[in-house]
Design a protein around this ligand. Structure first.
Ligand code: MLT
Length: 412
């Protein structure tokens, strides 16, 4: 008899963004005349920039000729893109990362999820709360949690690190020591950041406890303030304790094209039950070679163009555009006296739901009265209750219109 992986049965019914999509589709079906504006899922709207397109077109032509046709590429990514990553994302910031520490993939979501393959199921996991659901869900699937507790909204066995206005969205070092620590900064969903000295505390803590930090910096391109680290490797010693996830999705509009990368430094070790040290770079390489056949050549050529002079100028224009949207959202909220966080170093604005409403009630209110979709904070974890996320990734017209409608709805 075929047995199911019963860990799946512990999970909430559906992935957060699928639940929202279903709710919105139902509302639209019942109200076909309403024009709904979606500022929910963080999906980009600006088209791929010309320099990236040009290089992708050239790559298409190349694979159409027998002399330059390409089949399987290296599972870790072509050397040209890994070189561009190492030079631009790291060397320019004074960080030394080697080519074979970079693994190109089809998305940071997949990498964040797949990385759990490397770790024993008896590891203790810590997540910030609220959190990007992928970190938690993939650990539930692989059996690193107990059951879900309806009352607390938490899973047994997980260490939750609350990040709320009360602690300035800075997670405290936990007393119970985790083995795997997920940190995402600039943060999804709160849009807040950790300054260097705060991040350094985590690196020190991980070193002292032989833990690992899984650092998601998918939103680093949106950092506007000087003293905010773009990479965890800006912190001394972080290469011994951290894996970093990066993505072209938000930086260069690749949510549909799919390209990202993960850095697994060679210094990074995990341990066998009897204390033997195992290098994680080798394991991740082994895992990728077995389960992944690389990103398409055309996509990688497009990603390489992101680092060219024109590519950089063009993507910076898009980032500026989104951050202007964030400003429009922030100013709109200010006008109606709504407290908000984020939106300065991140395309997400995290607002405090007015009148002590619950996140999902506020979601329904905005959907029904303003025809605007956002993401209920509690969907990201129990500490997200009473908060709500708006994304700055919409187009200008929709963002302005959404804020007009929100202001009309919230003028209590
Ligand atoms: C989000 O809305 O949180 C993100 O778009 C989801 C993702 O990057 O997968």
């Amino acid at each position: 008899m075929i047995k199911v992986n019963e860990n799946f049965l512990k999970m909430q019914d559906s992935y957060l963004f699928s639940t929202i999509a279903k709710k919105v589709a139902k509302y639209q079906e019942e109200n076909p005349d309403k024009k709904i504006i979606k500022l929910g899922i963080g999906d980009v709207t600006r088209p791929i920039v010309p320099k990236v397109l040009e290089q992708m077109h050239d790559a298409v032509d190349e694979v159409g000729k027998s002399e330059s046709f390409r089949g399987y590429g290296p599972e870790q990514g072509y050397e040209f893109i890994r070189k561009a990553i190492v030079e631009n994302d790291y060397k320019k910031r004074g960080i030394n990362i080697e080519l074979d520490e970079v693994f190109v993939s089809d998305g940071a979501k997949c990498d964040c999820g797949n990385i759990v393959d490397l770790f024993g199921t008896n590891n203790k996991v810590a997540i910030t709360d609220p959190v990007y659901p992928v970190y938690l869900d993939t650990n539930i699937m692989t059996g690193r949690t107990g059951k879900y507790d309806e009352e607390t909204g938490k899973y047994e066995g997980i260490i939750y690190l609350p990040c709320t206005a009360e602690n300035n969205f800075i997670p405290e070092l936990p007393k119970e020591v985790p083995d795997m620590i997920y940190l995402c900064f600039p943060n999804n969903p709160t849009g807040t950041v950790l300054k260097k000295e705060e991040l350094a505390k985590w690196v020190k803590y991980a070193k002292e406890n032989k833990s690992i930090i899984l650092f998601d910096s998918a939103y680093e391109a949106f950092i506007s303030e000087e003293d905010v680290p773009h990479s965890i490797y800006e912190i001394e010693g972080a290469k011994e304790v951290a894996i970093e996830f990066r993505s072209f999705s938000k930086t260069a509009g690749f949510t549909g094209i799919r390209c990202a990368y993960t850095v697994v430094p060679k210094e990074l070790k995990a341990y066998t039950e009897d204390g033997g040290e195992i290098g994680l770079n080798r394991l991740w390489n082994r895992r990728q070679c077995t389960k992944f056949n690389g990103v398409s050549y055309i996509t990688q050529k497009g990603a390489e163009a992101v680092y060219s002079k024109e590519g950089q100028e063009e993507i910076k224009e898009n980032i500026k555009y989104y951050m202007e949207n964030a400003k429009i959202i922030r100013e709109g909220l200010e006008e109606v006296g709504i407290t908000y966080y984020g939106g300065i170093n991140s395309p997400y604005v995290w607002l405090k739901v007015p009148n002590n409403m619950k996140s999902w009630d506020f979601f329904d209110l905005l959907l029904e009265k303003a025809n605007v979709v956002g993401t209920p904070g509690v969907g990201f974890g129990p500490s997200g209750e009473g908060y709500f996320r708006l994304t700055a990734f919409g187009n200008r017209e929709n963002t302005e219109e959404a804020m007009r409608r929100i202001k009309n709805t919230l003028q209590f």
